[in-house]
Write a protein that binds this ligand. Structure first.
Ligand code: ATP
Ligand code: MG
Length: 317
């Protein structure tokens, strides 16, 4: 539904996006992660037809953002990272204005406004002036506006920024419902753990370049990072909890098995091993046979923050 093909965009000597390719199928949610200045907003603005690429193209529902911008606009809803508020315009007037802008008239226009109000649960704020809205309310209104023409594709630039936990959960629910209705979503955020829950796949971008792209699980396991050494990628951390003190078991792992083990709490040790489940099972068997009382034995999956820090170089453009 979204297909980005070799997209590049320069601002003077700064390359904001470099030869970027991405795909988001129908009914799928792609999380777009990167540090400040990575090129997320630039990419999203090009998809929303607010900017043009210097090289490459992007297709929305098969239409080019360069050659068929009008058709793209009718198929895309865009929630920018910052949006203006108008004094003396109420929420319902704002939605009605955008419904008219998309050419909706009469009953279909009323239906579209009501559908959006119901979906975003903003019934309580309809007659509030736009400049009197809280951050969460504004964000809801902006999402509502982006949905007014029932687009197939949604581009959300940092929609979770500044929201309280409840509002984030509601946002997550809305994103799930939109994906279930067959829409394709591209969502950027710095709230990495939030993104993992909202998305099917993640794309990590830095300095305009795609560093990794794949299913959330794969990214968390560090398997989708193109430039990492294979040996580095295939190692995981095991966490072992013992009934008594972890010290003796840790010593045994180091001396008998030559493993990198360390005690992290009185009863808990961690060790680095190859990402091979059969070896983990063997290790557990040997620990028990050696007389250690193991109460928990788990693989510690890397958090998204860790994966992100590992793959990005922390360079802000
Ligand atoms: N209109 C512009 N003129 C000049 N440079 C720009 C313009 N828009 C973006 N840039 C530059 O392009 C690069 C990418 O910016 P972009 O806003 O796409 O990053 P981002 O990933 O959205 O960052 P953030 O997380 O801070 O929102 C930055 O170096 C930025 O300074
Ligand atoms: Mg941005």
């Amino acid at each position: 539904m979204i297909e980005v093909r070799g997209l590049s965009r320069w601002f003077g000597s700064t390359c904001a996006v470099r030869n970027l390719s991405l795909a988001v199928p129908a009914g799928s949610v792609l999380g777009f992660i990167g540090p400040n200045g990575a090129g997320k907003t630039t990419t999203m603005r090009i998809l929303a037809t607010l900017d043009e690429p210097d090289l490459g193209d992007a297709l929305v529902d098969g239409f080019s953002v360069v050659d068929d911008a009008d058709r793209v606009r009718s198929r895309i809803g865009y929630v920018p990272d910052a949006y203006g508020a108008y004094a003396n315009v109420s929420c319902v007037e704002y939605l009605d204005f955008f419904a008219r802008s998309y050419g909706l008239v009469g009953r279909p226009r009323m239906d579209a406004v009501n559908r959006v109000i119901e979906f975003t649960r903003m019934g309580h704020m309809l007659h509030k002036p736009m400049n009197g809205l809280s951050k969460g309310m504004k964000q809801r209104l902006c999402l509502g506006r982006a949905l007014i023409h029932d687009p197939k594709v949604l581009i959300l630039d940092e929609p979770a920024a500044g929201l309280d936990p409840r509002a984030r959960i509601e946002l997550k629910e809305m994103i799930g419902q939109l994906a279930a209705a067959g829409k394709s979503l591209l969502i950027s955020s710095h709230i990495l753990t939030e993104l993992a829950e909202m998305c099917d796949r993640l794309a990590i971008i830095e300095r305009g370049e795609l560093l990794a792209e794949g299913p959330v699980e794969q990214i968390l396991r560090g398997q989708a990072f193109a430039h990492q050494e294979p040996a580095e990628v295939s190692r995981v951390t095991l966490q072992v909890t013992l009934l008594g003190e972890a010290g003796p078991a840790c010593e045994w792992l180091r001396s008998a098995r030559q493993l990198e083990a360390g005690v992290i709490a009185e009863q808990i040790l961690e060790l680095m091993v190859a990402d091979e489940p059969a070896e983990h099972a063997q290790l557990l068997r040997e620990l028990v046979q050696a007389g250690f009382a193991v109460t928990r034995f788990t693989t510690k999956s890397r958090t998204l923050e860790e994966a992100f820090l590992k793959v990005t170089r922390g360079n802000v453009q």
